[in-house]
Ligand binder design. Structure first.
Ligand code: PLP
Length: 405
């Protein structure tokens, strides 16, 4: 049995007071808080074995290398990849998507080819494709959604054709919470010989991911959204695809041999990890994954579902408040607008009560255009949040509506 209070003690920041009020942290979609095991792993690296990895003969370097490469094996198991070489460490989801767009995309797209994304993508899964499509004369197509925030699957499937080379989509929407039926979408894309990239930035921390079961070609996520350090991330790619791809950054570690006339590239995964990587970050991310593994996704799902249901029902009862994103398949995110009140003002007033939510377009401006709103207020929950914190949000919102009306 997991006790929430015991779990909360693992996260020192959760005991913080802001303006004399206990911190209520509901901005987990933007970044998650870090448990002591992660903080300690970072501190221990610098205290005990700080050194550069790969090719060092001394003991510190060997220990750091082992921890860094153990982290790769852990991520491999965590997402159920066939081989550890399929796990590339990056700076985060954005970095991983850019790597695929500018390596795989640049090599494989030609004029007239099509890339499909969806109307609910984060800017990180829009802009790299716009850039590479423009460069190659390819066409970027947008699969539409309905007002509840669900993909209109028939329209997406109608878009697939022999011209479709890449489908790149979000697994769970950071703004709407929608969980997309990705297994079915991947299957349909493959029937049309398209490769599929799954942006798992908002699913990796909430549900088990199985890249073999899903059969996705690429998968991306960020360490900081799964209780690990910022500046860390992962690109999973099927080995056959990664083998054919060229590096987009040159430098140390990614080479086999360098002469002034020619350079040959290192094997996977090092081919895509130029320069000294975020060694301490990767080691910290591994601790975060261990922590999540120990808690287990059953527990995480149970706790987050409780919070989502309670918040949805409480917030729906507030006058003039409208929830944006009403899919039947939702993760623990509640985005909302209140008629006549700017989301920024709601966020500012809640902040004075110690409640941290996010306001704005959440890096999904085209989605805001679809709903014809400037932005939303968004509360996003993690397993360490409490039901009584949802009560505080509800009370805080009622107070804010009264004050701002
Ligand atoms: N994709 C989604 C769905 C996200 O929610 C985010 C971050 O909010 C990103 C991509 C970008 O992640 P990062 O800024 O860690 O690269």
């Amino acid at each position: 049995m997991n006790s929430i209070e015991k779990i909360r003690n693992d996260f020192p920041i959760l005991g913080k007071k802001l303006n004399g009020k206990s911190l209520v942290y509901f901005d987990n979609g933007a970044t998650t808080q870090k448990p002591n095991v992660v903080i300690d792993a970072i501190s221990n690296y610098y205290k005990d074995y700080n050194s550069n990895i790969h090719r060092g003969v001394h003991q510190l370097s060997q220990l750091a290398t082992q921890k860094y490469e153990d982290a790769r094996s852990l991520v491999q198991q965590f997402v159920n990849a066939k081989q550890r070489e399929e796990i590339i460490f990056t700076r985060g989801t954005t970095d991983s998507i850019n790597l695929v767009a500018f390596s795989y995309g640049r090599k494989n797209l030609k004029a007239g080819d099509e890339v499909i994304i969806t109307a609910m993508e984060h800017h990180s899964n829009i802009v790299p494709w716009q850039m590479v499509c423009e460069e190659k004369g390819a066409v970027l197509k947008i699969a539409p959604i309905n007002i509840d925030g669900d993909l209109i699957l028939e329209d997406l499937y109608d878009m697939l054709s022999e011209r479709t080379k890449i489908v790149s989509l979000i697994h769970v929407s950071n703004t709407l919470g929608t969980i997309n039926p990705v297994r079915e979408i991947i299957h349909k894309a493959h029937e049309n010989n398209a490769v599929v990239l799954l942006d798992a930035a908002q699913s990796i921390q909430h549900m088990p991911i199985d890249v073999i079961g899903l059969d996705c070609d690429f998968l991306t996520f960020s360490g900081h959204k799964i209780y690990g350090p910022t500046g860390t991330g992962v690109l999973f790619g099927k080995k056959a695809l990664l083998d054919e791809m060229d590096p987009i950054q040159g430098g140390g570690d990614m080479i086999k041999e360098v002469t002034f006339s020619k350079t040959t590239y290192n094997e996977l995964p090092h081919k895509f990890e130029a320069g000294t990587p975020n060694i301490v970050g990767v080691i910290g991310m591994a601790e975060a994954i261990n922590y999540v593994n120990q808690l287990g996704f059953d527990f995480i799902h149970q706790q987050e579902t409780l919070l989502l249901e309670k918040a949805t029902s409480a917030l729906s009862s507030i006058d003039r408040l409208k929830i944006i994103g009403n899919s039947q398949q939702k993760s623990s995110v509640v985005s909302f607008v209140i008629d006549g009140i700017h989301p920024f003002d709601i966020g500012t007033l809640l902040d004075q009560l110690g409640i941290a939510i996010r306001t704005g377009h959440h890096c999904t401006q085209p989605l805001m255009d679809f709903y014809q709103i400037p932005g939303t207020a968004r509360a996003s929950f993690a397993f360490y949040n409490l039901e009584k914190e949802v009560d505080l949000l509800y009370e805080g919102l009622k107070k804010s509506v009264k004050m701002l009306s």
